[in-house]
Design a protein around this ligand. Sequence first.
Ligand code: NAD
Ligand code: MG
Length: 399
Amino acid sequence: MALNLPRTVSVLGSTGSIGVSTLDLFEQAKVDVDVVALTAGRNVERLAEQALRWRPRIAVIEDEAGLPALRDRLKGSGIETAAGANAVRDAAAAEAQWVMSAIVGFAGLAPTLAAAKAGAVIALANKESLVCAGPALLRTARMAGGAVVPVDSEHSAIFQVLDPEVADQVSRLILTSSGGPFRNATREEMAAATPERALAHPNFSMGAKISIDSATMMNKGLEVIEAAYLFAMPPERIEVLVHPQQIIHSLVEYADGSTLAQLGPPDMRPPIACAFAWPDRLPWPAPKLDLTQTPLTFQHPDFDRFPALRIAKEALRAGGHAPAAMNAANERAVSAFLDRRIGFLDISAVVSETLERLDGMEFAADGPDTVECARMTDTEARRVADDVVGGLASRAARA
Ligand code: NAD
Ligand code: MG
C-alpha cells in the first residue's frame, strides 16, 4: 500500500541532536522529500554539509557573523542563503507540508508559530515553545488547517495510545523519566556537580540545554506542562515515574483500569518517524527491542532533590504567564551553570526565586496569546533571573 507521506519538508535546528536524527532517519528510510529550508544557530560547517547533501531551497544561519562563510561554502550550488532571527522565521513560514521544529529554547517559538500560521504539520521537538505559548500555538495551527504532532518521546507515546474518541475517559497520564545522571546521587554530590558530570546523560546524547534539564528534572517539568497543553489534561492527572531503562516512553490510564503504554528503544528516530508518517507507519531499519535483555523498573521521583518538578507543576497550576517566566528563568540559570557562574542546585533556586519576585506582576491571566506577549514575559523574567544569578555568583565569589 502506498504511504501518504509529506513531500516538502523543512528542518529548523537541523544541526542539533534532533535535526541530525531527522535527516539520518530520512537517509535510512530512503524517503523521497524535497527539503525547503534548513536552519541552524551557529554551526556553519554542519549546515553547509547538510545543505550540499539535501539541496534545500534555502539555508539559514541565525548568527549573522556566519553568513559570509555559509555563502562561501554554498557558492555555485544554487541554494539561497540568509542570516538572522527574522530570516529563520521567514524560512519556517516557507511553503512546506511538514516542519521539524527542533530549535532549542524560547528562540524556537517565533519560527514554530510562523510554520503553524502557514498551515504546516509541525513535528514539535521544541517543547519550550509549547510551554511559553501552548494555547496560542495550538490554536494557530488548528485555525490554519495544520497540526502539531509531538516528537518528545513521552508525548509521542501518549499521542500513539490516547484514543481521542475517549479522551474524557482518561484517568491519568503517566510520563516516564530516565531520572537523569543524578538519579541516585546524594544532595552533596549534586551540589558539587560540574557541567561535565551533569551533561553525561545515561542513555542519550542530546543538546547541552536539554541534558542539564534532564539532570535537574526540569525537562520532566517542562514535559508535564507540554502534556497538559497537548492533551488538555489538568495538572493533577499528570504523573511522573522514574524508569531508568527508558523503554516504556509513557502510559495512559483509562477509567476502567486499563493502562496502555508505548515501548521502544531509547532512540529519538522512532518518535520522529511517527511524527513524519502519522497516521501511517514509516518502514526503516529501526533498532528492535529485545525485552528479554532488560528488566523494567519504576520508582517515584524525589521531589526534594529535584524541586524543578514541583516548581513546574506550580507554574502550570498558576497558569497565565508563569510557565513562560519559569522557562525563561530556567534558560538563564542553565546557561549560568554551564558558564560555571552558579552551582548545579542553584539552577532550581534561581527559577524559584525569579517566579517569587515576579509574583506580583500584572500578567494577563489567560497566558500569552501572541509571540510579542510571550516575549515581554520572557524578557522580564530573563532580567530578573540574571539579577538572581548575579547575586548568587557574587556571593559564591566572596565565599
Ligand atoms: P541542540 O542544542 O542539539 O540543537 C539545537 C538546534 O537549534 C541547533 O541546530 C542549533 O544550531 C539551533 N539553534 C540554537 N539556538 C538557536 C537560535 N537562537 N536561533 C535559531 N537556531 C538556534 O538541541 P536538541 O537536543 O536537538 O534539542 C532541540 C529541541 O528538541 C529542544 O527544545 C529539546 O528540548 C527538544 N528535544 C530534544 C530531544 C533530544 O533527544 N535531543 C528529545 C526531546 C526533545
Ligand atoms: Mg522527552
